[in-house]
Write a new protein. Sequence first.
Length: 72
Amino acid sequence: MAIVIKRGKGETKDEIIGKFRRVMIEEDIVEEVKARTGYIKPSARRYAIKKVTAWRDKCRRKAGKSRNYVAK
């Protein structure tokens, strides 16, 4: 999808560049480009997935404990 930034009346080049940068950050284009440009070893990819799933499980365990807690 193309990103088009139109120049408003009285906007400077710096303001237009800032507007473009904000759109890039909001759309996560920078992260996607970084992910596509570099080669990630399969072991590093597996490690990252394992790390994310471990963190997710840890968060779920904490959430489960707080819901089952009953004050006496």
